[in-house]
Ligand binder design. Sequence first.
Ligand SMILES: CC(C)(COP(=O)(O)OP(=O)(O)OC[C@H]1O[C@@H](n2cnc3c(N)ncnc32)[C@H](O)[C@@H]1OP(=O)(O)O)[C@@H](O)C(=O)NCCC(=O)NCCS
Length: 175
Amino acid sequence: MEKIYAVEDIIPLTMDLISEFQTLLDSVSYIGRLSRYKNDSAEKVINDPVLPTNGVREKNIQKCILGPDGSMVNFTQYYMGYKSETTVFLGDFYIHRASQNKGYGRTILRLYEEIWRRSGFNKAILNVDIKNWVAVRFWFRNGYSRIIQWIGDKEYSNETFAMLRLEKELNSSSG
Ligand SMILES: CC(C)(COP(=O)(O)OP(=O)(O)OC[C@H]1O[C@@H](n2cnc3c(N)ncnc32)[C@H](O)[C@@H]1OP(=O)(O)O)[C@@H](O)C(=O)NCCC(=O)NCCS
């Protein structure tokens, strides 16, 4: 890992970063579920974020981190108060492909967890595609090890999907 990021490096994702954001989206489009974001979807993600049922824009947070060269290293989207007021739903967490496997994911995730704890959240949940094995591993190793729901089709095929909903208690500093 070349740079150690801090909470101060986390900035809002704004329209002036659209080209850096699209480059990041293109880099993670090798993940099946994210291939729909390839080419020209950055603007739509910023302007028209996917919200939970009855969700409101004000509780939906989209942030990013830029590297020393100005390229986008991380995009994070989360929803504050999903089902319970003290639960955060982590919707998107992407590390630019060129920056993966260097420890950035783990350190940046910890920054967000610290922010959430300080804001009074005691739980974080997320969905992960079972086929995205690298991510399943990443989440379990970082403490998202409680499976609270199995989401997906009942039949196995290339077209059907299967996801795990994982949960982490934020009060403990483990993981
Ligand atoms: C999942 C994802 C966020 C992980 O981010 P990352 O920055 O690669 O994560 P880390 O570098 O902290 O950890 C990944 C691996 O690199 C290893 N690693 C950490 N520092 C390292 C270093 N300096 N050198 C080599 N390997 C290192 C970690 O031990 C870990 O390995 P493990 O899985 O065997 O434990 C990233 O792969 C990603 O953005 N994927 C595409 C989008 C996606 O799937 N997002 C999640 C959707 S649910």
